[in-house]
Every structure is written in C-alpha cells, then in structure tokens.
Write a protein that binds this ligand. Sequence first.
Ligand code: GTQ
Length: 324
Amino acid sequence: MKRENIKGRANVEDTPELDAYYRALEGEELGALWNVANEIEPWYPQPKSVPTHWKWKRVEPYVRKAADLVSAEKAARRVVMLVNPGRKEWSAAAGLLYTGVQVMNPGESASAHRHQASALRFVMEGKGAYTIVDGERLDLGARDFVLTPNGTWHEHGVDASGTQCVWQDGLDIPLMNSLDANFYEVHPKLNQAPAPLSRKNWSKPYSPVFLYKWDESYKQLQKHGHFEYKNPLTNGPVMPTMGAKLELVKETKAIRHTGSVIYQVATGRGWSEIGGKRFEWEEKDIFCVPSWTKYRHGAHGEAVLFSFNDLPAMKALSLYREET
Ligand code: GTQ
C-alpha cells in the first residue's frame, strides 16, 4: 500500500493484524479511509485525462472510411470518437467532455432523438448539411456553430445536392453519466414534423439562438480579439453545462483552471504547451486541456481556435478556480 509520511495525513504501518482486518472489512463492503485518503482527497485535482492532440491528417482517413463501411441509418450516429487514453471507460475526450467527428453523405439522414446530455457542433466541411432542432431546420456551412440543448429533439442530414459533410460534436455525456443523470429517447415517429419554434416568453435554461453563423462570429472576433458564443437573453453561456468560444491567437499567457477544454483549429497553424508538452497544430486538428493543467497557445502567423468547455457546470457548482 502506498503511504505518505506527511503530517496530518494518513501514515499507518502495515501489521499482520491490520492486514487481516482490512481483508475482513472488504468482505463486509467496508473500508479503512486512512488507506485511501491521500488518493480520494488529493491536494489538488489529479485528472486521469492526459493532454492529447488528434491530428486531422491521422483522423480523417478513419472518418471517411466509416462513411463507406457503415450506413448513417444503421449507425444512428456515424461518429468516430476522440477518446482520451486516461478516460477510456467514459469515452471522454477530457474530464467530463465527450467529442467525436460525425460524417454524412449527400442524401443521408439520421433519425431524431433527445437526451439529457447537451450537445454542440462545429462544422468542419461540406455543403448541404442541416440539423433539425425541436422542429426547426438549421442549414449548416463550414465553421458554423450549432446547439442541440439537452432535451431538444434533434436529427441531422445532408441534402442530396450537397457534398460529404463532416462536423465535430461536443457533448457533456461523461458529466451526465458521472452524475447518474442521463436519459435517452428515440423520437416516436423517427423524424420530426417541421414546425416553427416559438421563442415568445422564453424560459428555457439555454440560448434561444441555436445557430451561430461563421461570418458573423468571425466579424465579432476580429473586432474584439475574442468571441464567446452567448445566450443573448442572459449574456451568459449558451447552455447551463457547456460554453464555447473563438480566440484569435497570437501568443497567450500561461493559465490553469478547473474544468476541461476541447479545441478545434478553425484556421491557421500554431502550437500549444499543455502540461509541459508541446503540440504543433494545423487546421481541423483537435486537442484537449485537462482540468488544472497549465497551458498556453501561440500562432505561426494568425490562427483562430474554436473551443468548448465545461466551465458553466464548474461555475454553477462554485468549483471554478484559476491561476495565471
Ligand atoms: O448527433 O445526436 O457524437 O447523440 C454523440 C451522441 C452525436 C448526436 C454524438 C449524439 C450525437
């Protein structure tokens, strides 16, 4: 057993009598706190997630191949997941966040469902993609950002006149499962009847705006140097558990904070130092920053980073901390 000789923390010597006692405890579904206190109450967060960089060059062939091997209809959601080596059992990209790359061919569609997990997507490429959220059709182009908040019916497709479309999904699936609060339902008719969504007297805990077009977001980004996707009614994050933003990167100051961040390179090339490791990235690469891990970014020339995070969940629970 691992022991730490630190004042005020567990430091109990093993004896044959204690060993027998520990075995007996286990048989009764009991345990001695002093054997695990240093692990279950770390001095500071000890994420299992590791800084990970998924190069698009490496991911892309598998995404294209999925489109040949499996039909969108049979897969329900044809997605190649980005799985952090330290969080495999949760299919998390980092911490409480899941991400994957979804691919759809012209003329394909995937049926409607809804779940407790909140979802967002950042379009990587293609023409003719759409998402229908609670009956409202949203047409998607490259680098558009779209929400499917928790509980909303949603389905995806690509018009027959379009091209193969690829987008990044971001969901808080690991958060929902950590909280044992996940639910999932398939639409009784498999597809939604188109219907205009009423935004009168909006009382939902998420943004009434579901689609943020790239041109407008990029214009705002250039004006201010950063751009957060916001709920226009509250000026806060778009959903209660996840936020998202765009950054115009030159060179950022090192920071660490609680909560995880998943990035996609929207434009340009650059580098990030994450937990002492350096990653060189280019367009469409995806990488993650685990909780309480020091990081900074720099661009070769100019670059735009899209990212989403679980900071609204951390802040709602008063768990957000940062250090610069
Ligand atoms: O498009 O609804 O990548 O429900 C994972 C779960 C996508 C989706 C994912 C989902 C979806």
